[in-house]
Write a protein of this length. Structure first.
Ligand SMILES: CC/C=C\C/C=C\C/C=C\C/C=C\C/C=C\C/C=C\CCC(=O)SCCNC(=O)CCNC(=O)[C@H](O)C(C)(C)COP(=O)(O)OP(=O)(O)OC[C@H]1O[C@@H](n2cnc3c(N)ncnc32)[C@H](O)[C@@H]1OP(=O)(O)O
Ligand SMILES: CCCCCCCC/C=C\CCCCCCCC(=O)OC[C@@H](O)COP(=O)(O)O
Length: 374
């Protein structure tokens, strides 16, 4: 192991990274709060500012993936469609099997210039995450409790709000509604059997209501559905902690662009359409497990420097006062102040470690198992 790789595994480096992320995140949250008076006066300007602020925070994790861990993403897609990515609004349907699938998604968003405005249909619990969850309120992320009767009004309203969004956005939907585990898979295949649907090997059965409602409410706003199938080479099982430790991964993403007009309007037909889509996605995954690649030409969308520049900027800005403080502390010789600083750094590190824990599949919710359990 080289020196640089060894350094990437050191706690001190992780503390510095976590400190930068957390403190810059709190400052960004504060700036977002400052935009509140602007919303009633100039909503579109407030939204654009929040996109930039969101970018400044989210792109730090993209920089971590691309520049710290050196992870290289590969895209399999039709070159004709490639030129449209980032230039139109889209609903992204992505399989939910990996702990860093959201991070790979963000990397693609960044490469196509839609990271600040990217959105997702997310479980309500994520809105309470410090820094990231708070930021998402201002980016008009759509949160649900996964209880349709309680969700439907807010869900529809949140989608309607996006109709005049001033920036191009991708709206991410994991139709499975939860991450893949063997037990959830077994239960959802029981449902498939009851519904006389073909069994899926690599996916949970998709829940169709959210997709149908999203498509119906975003007609005229969104141009296409991007059917995205993600996998990792060499059976890698990537984790966020691995990324923090500087481990390099090899995600492959297969994207098919499906014009929104070709998706049925009727709920039952739309559900059947989505089930068929997942059957196709399952076939792509099966082929990938045999051949190690997806169909179609391969391309690596160019990596942009902004995420790195932003990350380095924040790190320099925040490390300088930290170093000054540490020097002053040591000079003062005050045990109390030193203890307070150690306690603060430990709290930041424990806080970020807890947030990282939220991405771990072993801590996944019990949603979808046993049957109909919310
Ligand atoms: C070029 C590159 C392109 C792209 C790059 C890729 C990506 C980048 C894009 C954007 C990135 C942006 C942001 C990402 C950042 C971070 C966030 C990341 C992730 C957060 C994700 C989550 O939080 S996932 C959890 C929340 N989301 C969802 O739940 C969505 C899916 N669910 C739905 O849509 C549901 O329909 C619902 C929740 C809206 C409503 O669910 P409900 O169950 O009430 O209704 P349904 O009708 O859908 O389902 C009921 C039927 O289901 C049957 N059933 C029962 N048990 C099960 C089971 N275990 N499995 C399957 N089905 C089951 C039940 O029998 C009902 O059947 P009926 O016949 O009776 O209707
Ligand atoms: C400079 C970079 C700093 C690095 C530190 C990064 C810290 C970021 C920490 C956490 C980011 C939180 C993003 C959370 C996104 C998690 C998405 C997710 O996977 O949610 C699960 C949900 O779909 C389904 O949940 P269940 O499977 O039902 O349970």
């Amino acid at each position: 192991m080289g020196l640089v790789q060894w350094l990437k595994g050191q706690l001190l480096c992780h503390l510095v990274i976590c400190y930068g992320f957390f403190v810059s995140g709190l400052l960004i949250n504060l700036l977002q709060i400052c935009t509140l008076p602007l919303w009633p006066i100039n909503k579109q300007l407030a939204r654009r500012i929040n996109c930039k602020l969101g970018y400044s925070l989210t792109s730090q994790s993209v920089a971590l993936l691309e520049w710290w861990s050196g992870t290289e993403v590969t895209l399999y897609t039709d070159p004709e469609n490639y030129r449209l990515y980032g230039k139109e609004n889209a609903i992204v349907v992505l399989n939910h099997n990996f702990e860093i699938d959201f991070l790979c998604g963000w990397t693609f968003c960044d490469r196509f210039g839609v990271l600040g405005a990217s959105k997702c249909l997310a479980k309500k619990e994520l809105s309470y995450l410090p820094v990231i969850g708070w930021m998402w309120y201002f980016l008009e992320m759509v949160f649900i409790k996964r209880k349709w009767e309680e969700d439907k009004r807010n869900f529809v309203q949140s989608l309607q709000n996006l109709r005049d969004y001033p920036e191009n956005f991708w709206f991410l939907l994991h139709c499975e509604g939860t991450r893949f585990t063997e037990e959830k898979h077994r239960v959802s295949m029981e449902v498939a059997e009851k519904k006389s649907l073909p069994k899926l090997k690599h996916h949970l059965l998709p829940r169709t209501k959210g997709f149908w409602v999203a498509v119906q409410n975003l007609r005229g706003t969104v141009a296409a559905v991007y059917c995205c199938t993600l996998n990792f080479r060499n059976n890698e099982t990537p984790t966020l902690l691995g990324v923090l430790n500087g481990e390099k991964y090899h995600p492959d993403l297969y994207v098919r662009r499906i014009p929104l007009e070709s998706i049925p309007e009727d709920e039952a037909e739309c559900s059947a359409w989505l089930h068929k889509l997942y059957q196709e996605k399952d076939k792509f995954q099966e082929d990938y497990s045999q051949t190690g690649c997806f169909p179609g030409p391969k391309v690596t969308p160019p990596c942009r420097p902004w995420a790195l520049i932003n990350w380095l900027g924040w790190t320099c800005l925040l490390l300088y006062p930290l170093c000054l403080l540490l020097v002053q502390l040591v000079n003062s010789g005050s045990i109390l102040s030193i203890l307070a600083t150690v306690a603060f750094c430990s709290a930041v590190s424990v806080g970020v470690r807890w947030m990282i824990g939220q991405t771990e599949i072993k801590r996944s919710s019990s949603y979808g198992v046993p049957l109909n359990n919310k």
